[in-house]
Design a protein around this ligand. Sequence first.
Ligand code: SIN
Length: 291
Amino acid sequence: MQISPTGQTLGARVEGIDLQHPLSKTDIRTILRALGEHGVLCFPRQTLDVDAFADFGKCFGGLEINVANMFHEPNHPEVMILSNIQKDGKPIGLGDAGQGWHTDMSYSEPIALTTILHAQLVPQRNGQPVGNTEFRNMHAAYEDLPPDIKAKIEGRTATHDFNKFWEMMRARPGNTRPPLTEAQRKRKPPVSHPIAYTHPITGKKVLYCTIGYVTHIDGMDPNESAELLDFLYKHQDGEKYLYAHRWTQGDVLMWDNIGTTHNAIPDYGDIPRYMRRVQVLADLDYPAMVA
Ligand code: SIN
């Protein structure tokens, strides 16, 4: 494997590996270390099938079956389809996934270590890819926090709620998401996580608190909580933490869901986009796996 960092705040290209084939323990360790170091890994020109894509994800943890699982590959409920394509007037995939800053599955216990997408169809306009996925570096954002804010969030937790992002999407004009059912809400009740979260691969603290899912800081006066959250959201929005991935068909993109936040840019209208996605739970002993 050759790992070439982008030279930006996040991102590296990983070449010299064909993900259709099973990974060795050494491969898994190398990829996990690179994920901790670079946050977003692009494996270009990959042609792996759905089985191999799911197997690749399973090397890093259990695969989530999304609670609002409306679109997935046949016989693979864990491989979701993200797409704006319609067949016979019906969507074949979730058309508005991730369109707002968030980190996948922070609303869950366990949280997600990584999300992996395989680009089947990348929209282009005037010969250029559109539909970038943007990321922000939460190792760097935590590092840069003023000492008094670090002290304020130390030992504090925030509540994350799946329904917050879902309702934000539903409120957008023309959105067709149905409300979550009682049963879906029960399967993903709000959960609390440390705001200064110790990353299981790097052992460093990251800012784990996105506008997409966080509703409040636990045990804090509501006004104080809103004020501190406002500060943390503005702080992490800094340009210097930003990295944008421009897609090429065949890219497998794997990102660190603990040390980064992300946002899918919906600038492609009806130009077809098709991604396969797995969300990988942080349920393994990563310190042992990277040692
Ligand atoms: C996601 O947030 O999981 C989707 C990202 C994308 O489609 O670019």
